[in-house]
Ligand binder design. Structure first.
Ligand SMILES: *Cc1c(COP(=O)(O)O)cnc(C)c1O
Length: 227
């Protein structure tokens, strides 16, 4: 007899149901919106129930933390799709290409070059999003909009697998204009995917075209500052 799968964690189910309803209201196919569960600062025991319930896309923001958690989980669930959503140092490009399946934070030429080299060396193609700093915040990662065309050209010249754009709007701003600008830039450069929307603004992001939403708190609860 088959052992029935455990029930999905209720918060995951609630988030999924809400995202699907939002997509339908926006006239979009819910299957065109990929839910990335952001598991940064969550331990293996918090992550495993989602895997057992069949969820496969996860986001981490630090290479080292992901290296400590995911090899073990991947041994149990080989078809996991791991997304790097935090800023990436050039000297960690090799590790990132080895561990992650998609990278959302390409934002400069030196990193494009390092990723190209790492992918060539490892014989692995890891789709990349370019992070755009639409708020032009000096402390934040991402390429400013006016420098985006140059970075896209360079990445395409290097034959880096570009898949879309990513944004993290300024916390104090209404996110809508940032999402709309990202969608416009992606369309202009023929990039299909839009990584935008978090726990607080996923509905807005979906209505403006998000294909990949990155949701942590609404799925796992508040992250504790100590772990
Ligand atoms: C932490 C994080 C998220 C998830 O944020 P929540 O508000 O917990 O949903 C999404 N994107 C990035 C880049 C993050 O660092």
């Amino acid at each position: 007899m088959m052992i029935p799968p455990p029930d999905a964690p209720p918060r995951l189910t609630a988030v999924r149901t809400e995202l699907e309803a939002t997509a339908r209201r926006a006239g979009r196919n819910p299957q065109d919106v990929n839910l990335i569960a952001v598991s940064k600062m969550q331990g293996i025991d918090a992550i495993r129930p989602l895997l057992q319930a069949g969820h496969r896309h996860f986001g981490e923001n630090r290479v080292q933390e992901a290296q400590a958690k995911w090899p073990q989980l991947r041994a149990e669930f080989p078809d996991v799709v791991l997304h790097l959503i935090g800023s990436l140092q050039t000297n960690k490009a090799e590790d990132a290409v080895a561990l992650f399946d998609q990278i959302h934070t390409l934002d400069r030429l030196t990193l494009a070059e390092a990723l190209t080299k790492a992918m060539a060396r490892q014989g692995r193609r890891v789709p990349c999003f370019i992070q755009v700093n639409t708020g032009e915040e000096p402390q934040k990662g991402g390429v400013v909009p006016h420098a985006l065309p140059m970075l896209i050209d360079a990445a395409r010249t290097e034959n880096l697998p570009l898949t879309g754009l990513m944004v993290l709007p300024p916390v104090a701003d209404n996110p809508a204009p940032h999402f709309a600008l990202l969608a416009k830039l992606a369309a202009r450069h023929q990039l299909a995917r839009l990584s935008m929307g978090m726990s607080g603004d996923a509905a807005m992001a979906i209505s403006l075209g998000a294909t990949d939403v990155r949701i942590g708190t609404a799925i796992f609860g508040e992250r504790s500052a100590t772990n």
